[in-house]
Design a protein around this ligand. Structure first.
Ligand code: KG4
Ligand code: ZN
Length: 372
């Protein structure tokens, strides 16, 4: 099945083309195209994402990315073309269009949804709604390496992944999935690719949000996560003992706003604090909570594997330390390659494929607070 996927939930415009096969028991994805246009530079001066600016940029970027993948297909129809000049649309060589319907910024989500609907109508292709969080969840299934191939003539630049992350899906469940992004911190127990239970989530700030807010305190640019990570490499993670909120509590919920406030007070009281030590100590405090809760859940539920995803999973220390802990318990550890951690459309293609298989029909409208 060929899937065209569209992602516009936040500040990245993404369009991807995937080939999906194998069904729910042995899913396999090949990523033929994965185009992302980042708006970071546009939002950076505001210190965060401005929804209406994001919408404007998505509207501008979507047709550009679409035409990069399908140079010979007309979309959108230029305002200056007369009706008679419009040729009958050729058949778009995809079986399904998947589009993010939530969670995210509603004005931004609508741009992708409307684009997908128009495309679907014009070329007679069914459109399916995808959950952005399910996209992150399934992103570990996307192939790790890309090679050039040209065995499918419909596409000019065919790039297909060859290295599939899992050989035998049977052995990975039950699995514990940690999804960490700018808007979410979620722990799931997966029994299969289609059945899961939410074990816990953040009660206040998401961990990515905490990284972004602490970055602001340290006068680092937006988005703060990668900047904190860079600074932390030169600091001592044990220099300052920031709190590890809820680390000893039963249950799997998180809380990060207190940690952020502790950093704020520490900075007020210690004007000469080394920024590298603040960054490293904050980062380690946040990672300790994430790792401890995840490994607790893995033990409590007899998990066979640990899955890590979302924007914050781009953090190399988190990847390294969680992998180390999982391997100590002889568990499989899966994390997508960095390109698939940050928001992208390839993961939405995967989520769309699973939604299709599960017959999960999300309404084709923006759902800002959609849950997993
Ligand atoms: O998944 P994502 O791209 O967008 C959302 O769905 O939220 O995640 C973005 C978040 C931001 O808060 C960003 O600061 C954080 O991920 N992030 C990181 C790193 N790279 C991105 N946090 C920590 N370390 C990183 N290397
Ligand atoms: Zn995301």
């Amino acid at each position: 099945m060929y899937i065209l996927a569209i992602e516009t939930s936040c500040d990245e415009t993404g369009i991807a083309l995937l080939r999906a096969s194998g069904g729910l028991s042995r899913p396999k994805f090949e990523v033929l195209e994965n185009l992302v246009s980042s708006q970071i530079k546009i939002h950076a001066p505001f210190g965060g994402v401005v929804p209406n600016l994001a919408k404007r940029e998505h509207l501008k970027n979507l047709p550009v990315l679409f035409r990069k993948i399908f140079p010979n297909f007309q979309f959108p129809i230029s305002n200056f073309q007369t009706k008679s000049k419009i040729r009958k649309p050729k058949k778009l060589p995809v079986d399904l269009i998947a589009v993010t319907v939530g969670p995210g910024l509603e004005p931004a989500l609508w741009t992708g949804i409307n684009f997908a609907k128009e495309l679907g109508k014009r070329y007679g292709v069914p459109v399916i709604g995808a959950n952005h969080l399910e996209g992150h969840l399934y992103s570990f299934l996307l192939p790790q390496k890309k090679t050039i191939s040209s065995n499918y003539p419909a596409f000019a630049r065919l790039r297909t992944g060859k290295q599939f992350p899992i050989a035998n899906c049977k052995n990975i469940f039950p699995a514990i999935a940690l999804i960490v992004s700018g808007g979410h911190t979620i722990l799931l127990l997966l029994k299969s690719f289609s059945r899961w239970k939410k074990l816990g989530e953040t009660r206040d700030d998401a961990v990515g949000e905490a990284f972004d807010k602490v970055a602001r305190l340290l006068k680092l640019p937006y988005p703060g996560g990668p900047e904190i990570e860079k600074l932390a490499r030169r600091g001592n993670p044990e220099a300052i003992s920031f709190p590890r909120p809820m680390i000893h509590e039963k249950g799997y919920d998180f809380s990060f706003s207190g940690l952020k406030t502790s950093v704020l007070y520490y900075m007020k009281d210690h004007h000469r604090a080394r920024r590298v030590d603040v960054a490293a100590s904050f980062q380690q405090a946040a990672l300790d909570v994430l790792i401890k809760k995840t490994m607790h859940a893995a033990q409590d539920f007899g998990a066979r594997s640990v899955l890590l995803s979302g924007g914050v999973a781009a953090n190399k220390e988190l990847r390294r330390q969680l992998k180390h802990e999982a391997q100590k318990l002889k568990l499989h550890f899966f994390v997508p390659s960095i390109a698939y951690n940050l928001d992208n459309a390839a993961m939405i293609g995967a989520a769309g494929y699973f939604a299709f298989l599960r017959k999960k029909k999300y309404p084709l409208s923006a759902q800002g607070n959609l849950e997993i």
